[in-house]
Design a binder for this molecule. Structure first.
Ligand SMILES: NC(=O)c1ccc[n+]([C@@H]2O[C@H](COP(=O)([O-])OP(=O)(O)OC[C@H]3O[C@@H](n4cnc5c(N)ncnc54)[C@H](OP(=O)(O)O)[C@@H]3O)[C@@H](O)[C@H]2O)c1
Length: 266
């Protein structure tokens, strides 16, 4: 599968790495364009892909064109790569860029909008995506194989869910990283060596998430299983409830969602 990437930054590189690791594409199938000479050098040297400064070159002959640039660079890129054929699928991961704005900017209707997240860099991402009506079944499968290389993927039937996913799974890793950082600092505060505190928190976070997934029980039920009457956990939980943890998380997600919607409205 010939894939052209426009933007070879953090996410562009993560996608190239995953496509190669999962053998969805071979190095010779991938062309990446980037304005940065050092990024082009790093990508061609690191992955054996073709790297160019010319966005048109990345697009020419590509079955799938991945837009992996920042929102502020999008309009320039769209005007440069205009004139694609319907056989060319455009897959955008640009935050806030609606299918309608991409369609107008490119004068092209064969589009997929996706919102991956940062763990895609290690093949453990969560991507939410949708396609326009002009995307053929074959192209959908193409898009799915690209996104599945990044980790889990879920197709949604309405674009509003992409803005919601931006606030939840897109921004989510940052929330979890903050929780991990805070718990490690708390462990250090009560006297644990930092390396031990880090290991305890990382394994607890991973194990707890996996327990929710594997045991398929409501999180409250799992929480009750580790909360004994008048025990230590209930003391800790009391402080989290006092501090308003639930409502804080709710407010964080609502704020991120509003921001995502505003980005799309611009
Ligand atoms: N990072 C995430 O976790 C994440 C998650 C989901 C979605 N996204 C979305 O993915 C997109 C890319 O994010 P990122 O974190 O990978 O950004 P990034 O690291 O800044 O990568 C973008 C790359 O594109 C290059 N570029 C800028 N203008 C260009 C142009 N006109 N033509 C070709 N290349 C150009 C940039 O070069 P310079 O740096 O020299 O400008 C940079 O190397 C964003 O729209 C973001 O919303 C990111």
């Amino acid at each position: 599968m010939k894939v052209g990437f426009i933007g070879g930054g953090i996410m562009g590189e993560a996608m190239i790495k995953s496509l190669l690791a999962k053998k969805v594409a071979m190095p010779g199938d991938i062309t990446v364009s980037d304005v940065s000479q050092s990024r082009r050098h790093a990508l061609s040297k690191g992955y054996g892909v073709k790297a160019t400064a010319n966005n048109r070159e990345a697009v020419d002959g590509a079955e799938a064109v991945v837009l992996a640039i920042k929102p502020q660079d999008l309009s320039k890129v769209l005007s440069e790569v205009k004139g694609l054929s319907l056989q060319q699928l455009v897959l955008s991961i640009v935050a806030g860029a609606s299918l309608d704005s991409l369609c107008r900017g490119l004068d092209h209707s064969c589009l997929v909008r996706a919102m991956p997240n940062m763990p895609a860099r290690i093949g453990e991402g969560m991507t939410v995506w949708m396609a326009t009506a002009d995307v053929s079944q074959h192209q959908r499968e193409l898009a799915r194989s690209i996104l599945a290389a990044l980790g889990e993927e879920i197709y949604v039937s309405s674009e509003k869910y992409i803005d919601m996913a931006t606030a939840l799974s897109g921004s989510g890793p940052a929330y979890i990283f903050l929780v991990i950082e805070s718990l490690v600092d708390a462990g250090v505060h009560i006297g644990l060596p930092r390396d031990i505190a880090e290991k305890l928190v990382i394994e607890t976070t991973l194990g707890s998430a996996r327990a929710v997934k594997v045991m398929a029980k409501h999180p409250a039920e799992l929480r009750n299983m580790v909360t004994s009457p008048a025990g230590t956990t209930t003391e800790g939980l009391l402080q989290l409830e006092r501090g308003g943890l639930r409502s804080l998380l709710l407010q964080a997600v609502i704020a991120a969602y509003n921001k995502a919607k505003n980005l799309g409205a611009k």
